[in-house]
Design a protein around this ligand. Sequence first.
Ligand SMILES: Nc1nc2c(c(=O)[nH]1)N[C@H]1C(S)=C(S)[C@@H](COP(=O)(O)OP(=O)(O)OC[C@H]3O[C@@H](n4cnc5c(=O)[nH]c(N)nc54)[C@H](O)[C@@H]3O)O[C@H]1N2
Ligand SMILES: Nc1nc2c(c(=O)[nH]1)N[C@H]1C(S)=C(S)[C@@H](COP(=O)(O)OP(=O)(O)OC[C@H]3O[C@@H](n4cnc5c(=O)[nH]c(N)nc54)[C@H](O)[C@@H]3O)O[C@H]1N2
Ligand code: SF4
Ligand SMILES: [Mo]
Length: 703
Amino acid sequence: MAESVARGDFQGSTCPHDCPSTCALEIEVKRDAEGVGRGIGAVRGAAANSYTAGVICAKVSRYAERVHHPDRLLHPLLRTGPKGSGQFREIGWEEALDRTAEAFAERTARHGSETVWPYYYAGTMGLVQRDGIHRLRHVMRYSGQKNTICTALCESGWQAGVGHFGGPDPREMAEADLIVIWGGNPVATQVNVMTHVSRARKQRGAKLVVVDPYRTGTAAAADLHLAVRPGTDAALACAVMHIAFRDGHADRDYIARMSDAPAGLEAHLAARGPDWASAVTGLPVAVIEEFARLYNTTERAYIRCGYGFSRSRNGAAALHAVTCLPTVTGKWRHIGGGAFWSNRAIYHWDKTLIEGLDARDPGIRMLDQSRIGAVLTGDRRDLGEGPPVTALLIQNTNPVVVAPASGKVRRGFLRDDLFTCVHEQFLTDTAKYADIVLPATMFVEHDDLYQSGGHTHIQLGPKIVEPPGACRSNHEVLQGLAARLGAEHPGFRMTAREIADATLRASGWPGWEEVAAARWVDAAPDFAAAHYERGFGHPDGRFRFAPDWAAIGTDHAGMPALPDQMDAIDGADAEHPFRMVTAPARQFLNTTFTETPGARKREQCPAAMLHPKDAARLGVTEGGMVRLGNARGEVVVTARLAEGQQEGVVIVESIWPNGDFAGGIGINLLTSDDPGPPKGGAVFHDTAVWVQAEAAMERLAAE
Ligand SMILES: Nc1nc2c(c(=O)[nH]1)N[C@H]1C(S)=C(S)[C@@H](COP(=O)(O)OP(=O)(O)OC[C@H]3O[C@@H](n4cnc5c(=O)[nH]c(N)nc54)[C@H](O)[C@@H]3O)O[C@H]1N2
Ligand SMILES: Nc1nc2c(c(=O)[nH]1)N[C@H]1C(S)=C(S)[C@@H](COP(=O)(O)OP(=O)(O)OC[C@H]3O[C@@H](n4cnc5c(=O)[nH]c(N)nc54)[C@H](O)[C@@H]3O)O[C@H]1N2
Ligand code: SF4
Ligand SMILES: [Mo]
């Protein structure tokens, strides 16, 4: 920074990243001689927030590295070389927005408005800056987006049984005697869970159980780690329920009062005991019995569902089976008891203004976010009778790396007749395929409003420093395009802060100033609501052991009538003997932070974690190179030997940019874009692969 740093002070903010913790932050602002915020220094968690409790992850504590990164985009760019080459020249905002609007108008005239696909995700979770793109979409009648890359399978599985997106307050984990972290890795992905778990362990001697195919940081901290084979969680859940009925721990009164109590549940589970589950999950019978005894005999047992076990073709069915556990055993009744995935329904937002819902035509087609490769390569299953996609506006996401089946995605982005505008903070792999790149602000440089999936607070993220260079916020870009395209909506004439303020009030919350003064709103529902004492989310108030899958999605054929192991995964076979899981890396957040030196240094390089016996069989040693492949392609990564996972399981922590792989394309080359039933969802952890030692000569050639 050129400006002299006159004084530093800490301002309240909110972490904008796609993480259930949504931490309340305090950020040191560096000011110039005039007192204008020009940069940031230290970032810390707000001690006064009862969920954040003063703790944040290492990657965000180093955020000054990201805000002041020398590679930040500072000016709009026009492509001058081939798509993907990364060759651009600087242009002004007027020209950049004019060219983009002209391309959208010209293609709309030729193909109809659905040819434009405003494509977005959760680079920022701020409600105004993330979701404002829908306002342009709806007013202009551009194609809709079905969000399937992250939450769809969890949503389906949770909806199936519980029927409402809420549950026991996550702070109650501190009052539990047993916490089960099922298919999540909070030490890496939402560190604050561990704060509340630690309190329970210290104050109550609580036990921690982790269900995860490999020894994550969270599993390493557990009293009991159940290293299941990927995609077999429903079998484990069924066995625990079988044992509950067998040993007299089923709460028959609760089942009769609070569930659909389908005839035959007990008989159905009778055939799904520990021997059967052992064969499916690969866990010893004794371990299943131990977990079942611990769970079934502890009243205050809190199951924290992660996303990981939903990212399979049977993921929705698996999540449903796990939510059946606290219902069979009546745990929802107790403080610190029940299950939790996300609090998204407790905020009751009116998003009309943000999203332009009053302009929405439900007849406009919806395109599947995770199938962007299929969409861009003209797959009729995705396009329907509609026009090809010939123009993209991309905000907040990096699909060239994060979407599955990335070979197909790349082919789509290379299309000559496709116009792509990417609004970004860095020249990501996706931005490299753009015709126009627009420089974006970071969260400290614009105003926004946040909800929290993993706790109960509404929080603000005010603009506290001036943007560098010519960076503009997502909202400002949408305003600029709307003006040129003739898109009329009150939201385009308001500032981000005015929209946030109006949205708070329309949703029944205090306005911006009042929330700012109080720092946050705790939107926690009362105990009875959070524990579903007045009923679950279905019209009859009953939890469903027998879900109505057809009401959730059209692709419901073959889904289990009662909680069950669904035989649908990409099973290992003779040709593909390994099951691959592409779990989140601790220092990255999807591809965010892959550009910061602190995170890169700690993560080192893309790697495949192998069981030592598999490694010996393959002739691979620690630090050697291995090639992983299937019908979609092959990638080469470094081998790491790892105890604590079953043989035949390979873990590739993700998501490294394409350039970090020898072949120039990353791990999602191998993952499938098959939609998980019943309403879609990416199946990132459900991939059968072969693994080979990489011959020394080829390794040299790759380097
Ligand atoms: N450091 C870091 N933090 C992140 C992210 C990141 O990339 N890095 N991503 C953010 C985002 S977008 C999200 S959605 C959340 C996700 O947060 P999580 O829910 O924690 O992450 P998942 O990818 O869903 O995977 C979690 C765990 O599930 C395990 N898993 C995979 N398959 C199975 C299975 O079949 N059964 C079981 N029991 N476990 C399985 C994986 O091994 C992994 O350890 O984290 C957010 N926070
Ligand atoms: N193999 C594998 N693939 C996965 C996963 C996995 O576990 N394994 N996880 C999946 C999951 S859960 C998810 S959610 C997706 C996430 O995938 P993405 O949503 O694409 O997440 P990121 O890669 O972090 O990319 C977000 C981008 O938004 C940009 N950004 C941040 N803030 C702003 C802003 O205010 N304005 C603009 N214009 N841009 C901004 C950042 O610079 C960053 O490049 O990836 C999925 N892909
Ligand atoms: S734990 Fe999650 S919400 Fe908290 S600072 Fe880190 S990324 Fe942000
Ligand atoms: Mo996600």
